[in-house]
Design a protein around this ligand. Sequence first.
Ligand code: MV4
Length: 464
Amino acid sequence: MSLFKKILIANRGEIAIRVIRACKELGIRTVAVFSDIEREALHVQYADEAICIGPANSTLSYLNIPAILSAADVTDSEAIHPGYGFLSENPNFAEACATSNITFIGPTAENIRIGGDKAKARQVMKRRGIPVVPGSDGPLGSEEAAVKIVKKIGFPVLFKASAGGGGKGMRVVREEEELQQAFNMAQREALAAFGNGELYVEKYLPSIRHVEVQIIADGKGNAIHLGERDCSIQRRHQKLVEESPSPIATEKFRKQIGELAVRAAKAMKYKNAGTIEFIVDQDQNVYFMEVNTRVQVEHPITEELTGVDIIKEQIKIAAGMPLSYRQNQIKPRGHSIECRINAEDPEKFMPSPGKITFLHAPGGPGVRVDSAAYNGWSVPPNYDSLIAKLIVKADTRAEAIARMKRALDEYRIEGIKTTIPLHKKIMNDPDFVKGTFFTDFIEKMGQAKSGNGAARSASPDEKT
Ligand code: MV4
């Protein structure tokens, strides 16, 4: 089966560039879409063709399904790559593409629906014997149902919204007296935020790590994993640093979590590239959390270790081709780390859009920069503040950290504030260097620095 002649990329920034690069190497023509304020954007310059799809407000442009389908139609694009964010996890968009005879480069609409329904995904996995945190079997019908389950599993518990994810709509409950009010508030918040008040409940596990596994599957029953990524270094559910292998991973652990991810992918008849997210407790117990039905920001660290081009695989799978690799051909080598460079104040995390007056990116052995930023470009205030991903690869974790420090020192970005100084601090932090950190690492670091409880009590972990 032949690949596509032309692909439209329904995204912007570094991920649009990443997809264009894969297409160019495969000999596929590319169409960029852009909003009014992004005529000068790099993805527009790199693509073979570019079409304006609306105003700066992404609801009217990058999220505008009719505008994107029209752009695909007038350019004779055969397929659409959605990148991450925007329409990438909208099952209605995946279906609308099919209706317009355009191939959606991603999972099936049904895969996306299961991934977006966290209670359902949990139920599917639990029934297949994949470990989940003790809690409800699917959604909670009522507050009484919640009380019954909590009696069994004990406090503390965590209410989660079925339509949530990424930490939105969660609430920790520590004692019986709080239960009713917490249930009602979580339900109301979920309804307001997602238009769906459905909740489920889990035992709340303190001091966890976020470890996820990249999978690729052809939808014909073949699924393989490309190893795990440790994404525990995050702030308010925004990841800052990701690495692979996980510093806690033994060979046995890697094999176990990889096999669980493949079973999870098969349990939901997964197609294309996806990520199975787990949490790992202090005793290294692994629990299924969520499925991310898109290519992720942090996919490059997996590419660096395995040599697999995940975007090319996505395109080939969408074109009906079988997987290019068998599991025993995947041999991750070395250690890779990614730092997300955001246009933000490195201490207050306030966005810092504006003109980049000087830019020089690091290079040299083992350094990769995925970015759409260039000298003289203005970072728009309207979108995600991610302006570059700095990825390093080396033989060992210690060498990867040394290489990352060297690359961060080389990075020159003037005119805007960036998170580069924060990353320098993280790379020098004793707990980071030892690999002994949990998801509260950044909050704790902020606390140590300011010497008071303000940063900690303001964190969403404490509110939830
Ligand atoms: C949890 C948890 C503790 N116990 N579930 C947050 C986002 C969503 N993907 C799952 N999350 C959590 N689920 C139980 N039963 C703690 C978190 C959590 C977290 C998870 C991964 C990465 C960072 C996090 C930060 C705070 C809380």
